[in-house]
Design a protein around this ligand. Structure first.
Ligand code: PMP
Ligand code: GLU
Length: 399
């Protein structure tokens, strides 16, 4: 057999969100004044107490291998977090610490998907879910949800998508990219379908702490013992504590799934960084007042951005209740022309805004929703004002 790239590696593309972040950074490095709405990470600094915990770990020599699945200390802090915030009780054997929530999700995919398995992914979806399924030889089954449905999959739609091959459904609440979230009743109905058909729920709750307007987050795993036994909850410190670069995420769920994930991790990455684990213990156990300040700022930006987008001709934007993204519908502008180019879809729109308006954002097709574009408001109000001024001018130029 000749050399070559494996079929599953050929089936995937680089993460479009990370690709856009890299492109915007490269343009800035060339001295181009780009306003970056592409980036999906808090613009706040990691809290000082958390940084100090990392520094202390280095100074005291906590710089060696830890158990591959994470330290007992951090697992205990994660267990306390689930109890405190979600009313969920887990044992250490049901918790795994990984190199970011993305890595937790990937470990799940490797641990439970076989060739031929179907995985239900409601769209709009976060970019990595379908590709992680493909990388494990399973089949993503995309189920479209609409703005009118609040971008939530209903139990009826889920029921219709389930086949004998369905292995899991991926839920993400609050959602990247829509910023919308699941209410308790919808989660209960989805849980009933999952329990009836015995399918896993992969519940990505990384934006749990970034919610507005008094929205109350529920973990689907907390809605009863049967659904808890089928759910793998994924969370992490990247968004809640502005720690994207530290690479700590975690998963909790059925013991056999977590054990398989831990075995995979022990044969692939080994432990997540020892220093980051110490810092994450402080993030989870230390004072949480940082969060209120960050959320108050995100809230202001959210309101400002959504109001301005809605005032632009041909643009409409549903108000998000979580995360830090606005997801406006720009499809009314498709077919229009400016600067010699016709905007036919979301990637044309993203390219137009990047090249003509010098605003970086991510096209909706990356999330399976071509009528939309995604703007992150994890940047200063000053940048937001400047970027929206530019978008408004560019949109008005479209004839
Ligand atoms: N899930 C979603 C929905 C996300 O937006 C992100 C952010 N990239 C992740 C998972 C991964 O986060 P982490 O930085 O912990 O890998
Ligand atoms: N969650 C971020 C985003 O969607 C980070 C990028 C990524 O991990 O793909 O922009």
């Amino acid at each position: 057999m000749a050399i070559g790239i494996a079929k599953r590696a050929k089936a995937i593309k680089p993460s479009p969100t990370l690709a856009m972040a890299a492109k915007a950074k490269a343009m800035k490095a060339q001295g181009i004044d780009v306003v970056d709405f592409g980036v999906g990470e808090p613009d706040f600094d990691t809290p000082e107490n958390v940084k100090q915990a990392g520094i202390k770990a280095i100074q005291t020599g906590f710089t060696k291998y830890t158990p591959a699945g994470g330290t007992d200390e951090l697992k205990d802090a994660v267990i306390e977090k689930f109890k405190r915030d979600n009313g969920l009780a887990y044992e250490k054997s049901q918790v795994l610490i990984s190199c970011g929530a993305k890595h937790s999700l990937y470990n799940i995919a490797e641990a439970i998907f076989d060739a031929g398995d179907e995985v239900i992914i409601p769209s709009p979806y976060w970019v990595s879910y379908p590709d992680q399924v493909l990388l494990n030889d399973a089949t993503p089954v995309i189920v479209e949800t609409t703005e009118q449905e609040g971008f939530r999959i209903s139990a009826a739609k889920l029921e219709k998508a389930v086949t004998a091959k369905t292995k899991a459904i991926v839920l993400n609440s609050p959602s990247n990219p829509t910023g919308l979230a699941y209410d308790r009743k919808t989660l209960e109905e989805i849980a009933a379908v999952a329990v009836k058909h015995k399918i896993y729920v992969i519940s990505d709750e990384i934006y749990e702490k970034l919610v507005y307007d008094g929205f109350k987050h529920y973990s689907i795993a907390s809605l009863g013992p049967e659904i808890k036994d089928l759910t793998i909850v994924v969370n992490g410190v990247s968004k809640s504590h502005a720690m994207t670069g530290w690479r700590i995420g975690y998963a909790a769920g059925p013991k056999d799934v977590i054990t398989a994930m831990a075995n995979i991790q022990s044969q692939s990455t080994s432990n997540p960084t020892s220093i980051s684990q110490k810092a994450s213990v402080e993030a989870l156990r230390g004072p949480q007042d940082f969060l209120a300040g960050m959320n108050a700022e995100f809230d202001k930006r959210r309101t400002y951005m959504v109001e301005r987008l809605n005032r632009m001709p041909g643009v409409s934007c549903i108000k998000p209740v979580g995360a830090f993204y606005a997801f406006p519908n720009v499809s009314k502008l498709y077919g229009k022309t400016a600067a010699g180019r016709t905007i036919r879809n979301s990637s044309d729109m993203a390219a137009y805004l990047l090249e003509e308006a010098k605003v970086a954002l991510v096209s909706g097709d990356s999330f399976g929703a071509d009528a939309y574009i995604r703007l992150s408001y994890a940047t200063s109000l000053e940048n937001i004002t400047k970027g929206l001024d530019r978008i408004e001018a560019a949109v008005k130029n479209l004839k």
